[in-house]
Design a protein around this ligand. Sequence first.
Ligand code: S3P
Length: 449
Amino acid sequence: MSTQDHRKPLRARASGPLKGSIRPPGDKSISHRALMLGALAIGETTVEGLLEGEDVLATAEAMRAFGATVIRDDGGVWHVKGLGVGGLLEPDKVIDYGNAGTGVRLAMGLAGSHGFATTFTGDASLVGRPMGRIFEPLRRMGVQILARSGDRLPATIEGPEVPVPIEYRVPVASAQVKSAVLLAALNFSGTTTVIEPIPTRDHTERMLAAFGAAIETTVADDGVRTIAIDGGADLQAQKIVVPGDPSSAAFPIVAAAIVEGSDVTVENALLNPTRIGLIDTLVEMGADITIDNRRSVGGEEVGDVRVRGSRMKGVAVPPERAPSMIDEYPILSVAAAFAEGETRMEGIGELRVKESDRIAMMVAGLKANGVDVDEGPESIVVRGSARPAGGATVATSLDHRIAMSFLILGLGAANPVTIDDESPIATSFPAFRDMMTGLGARFESVDGD
Ligand code: S3P
């Protein structure tokens, strides 16, 4: 590595049983939305348990750039003084969203209903990700968009003189696309309808309703959801309590499942049905998981997830489950590496356009660590063993979930597993290393690998 290289390699070694309780950080999806709706509401919204990771801090900064007051008090509660629907102000700088795909896509929806130009950009990962899926419906609503290569960041978004409420059938299962359209529609008179053939996480709809938006969801017999929103309603400030992120909880959960003798409780994890596909899958694989203390926090169900180490067996994950665990396939493929037999993950093409091409990254890293794995255009198939070999260094390509997944592999593999850079973990789970070490995980920094 050159002296210019700021990457921080980290190594994970086979660990003894993991024991103890942890509270995962606040849910990333809910945290972004809380700051955004707070910025559009009248009055002061408070947010407890906000995820203070880089992605969400980029949204805090973006809402400040749009004129909202966003501060954190000494007790860790965030306060957002909003500007009212349609009240955002023209930013005097380019909004750099770093690594945050959800943040930028939702914020482009917000900006798209305001009559000034906003320019968005991001890091090397984000500028490579497709944005056409957001531009297409926004353009149909009359929004003007100029973008690099037609569908990449940097992009400049300017709201329409005459907005057009639309009926939009979401062509890919994406909560980000659905949310961008709903957030733009909030400020357009008339009814916009989003049709969702495959349900995705519903935090935007829940939170918009809680803030007082005129939004209604109907579910047809075949499961297709129709979400209608009338623009123009005022939003009222709320007190929000953010539950623990199931997508972050996934890492200690799988770690405890694969390391023999472990007994770990992940407290206060969000159990929204649109987010718990991983737990359902691990249970089908024979993982020893119980959920206690189910309760409601801020309109969402949460619970304490207790996991004990156990031998698992491979399963075929139904493709229709993908949206409820879309961010969990990297760590599921690590669990599969320790399961007896074959685990088939199909219908997961969306993984190729996340923070990295997660199909390619997982397949390459697992192979390098001695795991028997096949790659398809939209699938990963893993044939597990009691103890994968490990021993390799893997690239993380600015992808936090790839980084954490391979560290968890190292906790159970026969030989240490090294990632080339732990820095991306700070985007979603800054306390990952400390929390995992507290449970007994063996991680060590590596100088100049
Ligand atoms: C998210 C939606 C998902 C998910 C992302 C968070 C959200 O993305 O992968 O981490 O908060 O709406 P897609 O909408 O692209 O599936």
